[in-house]
Ligand binder design. Structure first.
Ligand SMILES: [Cu+2]
Length: 125
């Protein structure tokens, strides 16, 4: 997957349900190693904001045949604006190419309903 070039509002559409996930704001911008905060907008296939989404963020970096993530916990919280969510403390423990998967889960919190992948080359801080 070719890296994405970050711009505010960059978005991806889930293959299963047509859910759209946009990064309205990334701090820092572009995404970098260490501590990142993102504000997301999640809308359904009709463009309506998705509230009460159960969002899980998966960070993956590949090195040849091996992959790693970053074990540090992050927070994902809904904001007062419909469909908006704030990700805090999304640590990336190395500069380089990261796949950031935003997964939407069912009520049980386990079953993936849909997901989108962003791919950013985290800059050296
Ligand atoms: Cu790495």
């Amino acid at each position: 997957m070719a890296p994405d070039i970050y711009r505010p509002g960059i978005d991806k559409v889930g293959a299963k349900t047509g859910v759209r996930v946009a990064i309205l704001e990334a701090v820092p911008a572009p995404p970098s190693e260490e501590d990142n905060a993102w504000r997301l907008l999640v809308t359904d296939a009709n463009g309506e904001p998705v509230n009460d989404a159960k969002i899980v963020v998966i960070r993956t970096m590949k090195h040849g045949d091996s992959t790693h993530g970053d074990p540090r916990p992050m927070q994902v919280s809904p904001l007062s604006t419909p469909g908006e969510y704030q990700i805090e403390e999304m640590w990336l423990n190395m500069p380089g190419l990261w796949k950031i998967t935003i997964e939407l889960r069912a009520e049980d919190g386990q079953t993936a309903v849909d997901s989108v992948d962003f791919s950013f080359c985290a800059v050296d801080r």
